[in-house]
Design a protein around this ligand. Structure first.
Ligand code: ADP
Ligand code: MG
Length: 696
């Protein structure tokens, strides 16, 4: 165990390594830079670079890279060797402060949404000293931000860092009003729970759809799905345990502690939950986690599927973004304490969040929009596309009482009667579970459940931080001028809650009644990605981001454009893959089966054959007509795809992919899945749902 303990974070140039290896003044200066967000002195950078290099080389590193998060949503690296030639022709291992602080990768192959025309290929990476460097596969990785020559953010980290500063500044103002002069910094914290599927790698490689698009585009349901709920928290299969063990160890060395790992609802679906940390580190860690999950799977002869909906008919995968706000004095500002009704400071922060979510529903929605997630949101096991929040009975009651000036009777905590006498009764949680809510208060944090499993948590948190900062600013502006602070406070909570309580919904979000009710309440509903994307450039949202300097209008337009581009490209790949599978695999196999059937029919002569004959002919006719249907539908699919591709702008193309191509893919699938059920197993050319989902 001691050995294991000492391995925790052994691949990270974290606080311990810095303290041990840096001269004391350098260490203190660096800490100050990190804490106060100051610019870094080149002398300090040189000293840090030297120590970091020594440390990395001892761990076997030969190269270094600025590790960054372009707008593709995944991470990018450009490796440089530590080796430098000297004037006398020898080689030395060198790494300077300049190389640590700034890099110049060729930026032309990353999407910029028009922010950087390709001939001006230069982009800069800049060290983010608030996130620790680490060694991965003999490479020293330095977390960096990525921006254009003119300083526009070309990545997901820069706006996130900006948003963290913005919410910190406003939260500090509020805390001052409550007399907390001892608080110096406020950070948002995140713990993203990650869902995923594990399947056998050999089977995975036989499915072009999984390989190219991450999800199955055809496949009849297995006889057994998730209806028995016997997978959830069930025993882990040996191959899965082995996978989790290797994954845990790899993450452990990188300082990522994954707390719980269990089976999820769908067969072969699992979940990993890390211990929460500061938002930008949590974001870096989640990106790393996803990368390592895939690599370890490969090592173990498995494939880790991070797509939001690998299989139709069983649950998809999400990422639950647990979010809170903490002070450097160790206080979680979303902790209601023993008596929430008397905790006015908590209620003020809570009200700010309610207002933020109500006013910027559209932004939260677009932060989770992607073609993959469209297959999941609004399904009967994922939150709907309508944003609302769950507070639970107690908190809702308290706020209702304040709003209606009812004498607050308090809320009597009920004991759970377990009916088993050996077990003590325990008080019911302040919030009972609501697994259907898009944004649920879970005791001392909010759980934003709409994120897709493959998402970077960066944009959703950039948005959460910024919208809450905006409300905190409004509150601080109002309260700082108040004559009677505690009166003003009550009035503010009352007024705000009255205006925005429509966003609170504690019931079942999966029902049609809620959709109707949400419509009556005037909540926005953007069922698909193409509906949601324009919110990025709605004037009220541009105003918000510009007011706080989190994203400029130009940067927002670039994100808007990239979302449309990514959307149309993804559906295009899906349509091409499906066409290819139907033409090259499904139709030829079905045709071969037709040949076998007709040979049997022709050669039949005995009495037994005669009985068999009738069903064979029926079967033959059915197969023939399904093949015919497949031909027709796949030709139409191809036609629509070609026509859509020919449209002259990305929005028009995305619209047609959504309205014409996707439904046609659905038609093709229906025919193909019907055909699959009529075919003998040995002639079906690709692994079936049953084989994929129960392969371990
Ligand atoms: P639950 O039972 O509500 O799911 P857990 O303690 O299992 O709560 O935590 C679920 C996830 O929430 C974990 O990844 C955890 O790190 C994260 N989490 C817990 N507290 C916080 C917090 N204050 N801020 C952000 N994330 C948190
Ligand atoms: Mg949870």
């Amino acid at each position: 165990m001691d050995n294991k303990l000492s391995e925790f974070g052994s691949m990270v140039f974290g606080d311990d390594a810095m303290k041990e290896r840096l001269p004391k003044e350098t260490y203190l200066a660096l800490k100050e830079t990190i804490r106060e967000g100051k610019d870094l002195d080149l002398n300090i950078a040189n000293a840090v670079a030297h120590a970091m290099k020594q440390w990395a080389i001892e761990l076997g590193a030969t190269h270094y890279t600025h590790w960054f998060q372009p707008l593709t949503g995944i991470t990018a690296e450009k490796h440089d060797s530590f080796l430098s030639p000297t004037s006398n022709g020898k080689m030395i291992l060198a790494f300077s402060g300049k190389e640590l602080v700034k890099g110049e990768p060729d930026a032309s192959s990353f999407p910029s949404g028009g922010l950087r025309v390709t001939f001006e290929a230069r982009g800069y990476t800049a060290w983010d000293p608030t996130s620790y460097a680490f060694v991965k596969e003999s490479i020293l990785c330095i977390p960096t931000a990525f921006c254009s020559y003119s300083g526009a953010a070309l990545d997901k980290k820069t706006p996130l860092l900006r948003s963290m500063e913005v919410i910190e500044a406003q939260a500090l103002r509020i805390l001052k009003l409550f007399g907390h002069d001892d608080v110096n910094t406020v950070k948002t914290t995140v713990g993203p729970e990650q869902e995923y599927f594990l399947i056998d790698r050999e089977l995975y490689k036989k499915r072009k759809d999984l390989f190219y698009t991450g999800r199955t585009l055809i496949g009849a349901r297995a006889p057994k799905g998730q209806e028995l709920d016997d997978h959830y928290f069930g025993n882990l299969k040996p191959r899965v345990s082995a996978y989790m063990r290797e994954l845990n160890e790899a993450l452990w060395k990188l300082g990522i502690y994954a707390k719980t790992e269990h089976n999820e609802v769908a067969p072969s679906q699992h979940e990993l939950a890390p211990v929460f940390t500061t938002t930008n580190i949590a974001c870096d860690h989640n990106q790393l986690t996803m990368e390592i999950m895939k690599k370890v799977a490969e090592n173990q002869g498995l494939a880790c599927l991070l797509h939001e909906k690998p299989f139709a008919g069983v649950n998809g995968s999400g990422k639950h973004n647990n979010w809170s706000i903490s002070t450097d004095t160790g206080v979680n500002l979303l902790e209601p304490g023993e008596s929430p009704k008397d905790n006015i400071q908590f209620l003020l922060f809570l009200t700010a969040i309610i207002k933020a979510v109500d006013e910027y529903q559209d932004l939260l929605r677009v932060s989770v929009a992607s073609s993959g997630n469209d297959n999941r949101l609004g399904g009967d096991e994922a939150p709907p596309a309508i944003v609302s929040m769950f507070l639970g009975e107690e908190l809702t009651q308290i706020l209702d009482d304040i709003a209606n000036e009812r004498k607050n009777v308090g809320y009597i905590k009920r004991s759970m009667e377990l009916g088993v006498h050996v077990l003590p009764d325990f008080p019911k949680d302040a919030t009972d579970r609501n697994r259907t809510s898009p944004l649920a208060f879970t005791g001392n944090k909010f759980e934003f459940r709409m994120l897709g499993s493959s998402f970077s948590v960066s944009s959703p948190n950039t948005i959460l931080n910024t919208i809450v900062a905006k409300e905190l600013k409004e509150f601080a502006d109002e309260l700082e001028g108040a004559k009677d602070f505690s009166e003003a406070l009550k009035k503010l909570i009352k007024k705000t809650y009255k205006q925005h309580s429509r966003i609170i919904f504690n019931g079942n979000n999966y029902t049609q009644e809620w959709i109707d009710e949400a419509h009556r309440r005037g909540l926005s509903n953007y069922p698909s990605t193409v509906d949601a994307i324009p919110s990025y450039i709605a004037q009220k949202n541009i105003d918000l981001f510009e007011q706080f300097n989190v994203l400029s209008s130009e940067e927002l337009h670039s994100r808007h454009d990239i979302l449309f581009e990514t959307y149309e490209k993804s559906i295009n790949i899906e349509a091409l893959t499906l066409t290819d599978m139907i033409r090259k695999q499904i139709i030829p196999s079905a045709t071969k089966y037709m040949g076998l059937l007709s040979r049997d029919i022709k050669e039949s002569s005995t009495y037994v054959d005669a009985i068999y004959l009738e069903s064979s002919i029926k079967n033959l006719n059915k197969i023939a007509s399904l093949i015919e249907d497949l031909h027709i539908n796949v030709s139409l699919l191809e036609k629509y795809t070609v026509e859509t591709k020919a449209k002259d702008n990305s929005i028009a193309r995305s619209m047609d992919f959504y309205e014409l191509v996707l439904p046609k893919m659905g038609d093709v699938r229906v025919v193909c899945d019907t055909l699959e059920l009529l075919m003998p197993s040995e002639l079906w050319p690709i692994p079936t749902y049953g084989e994929l989902m129960y392969s371990l």
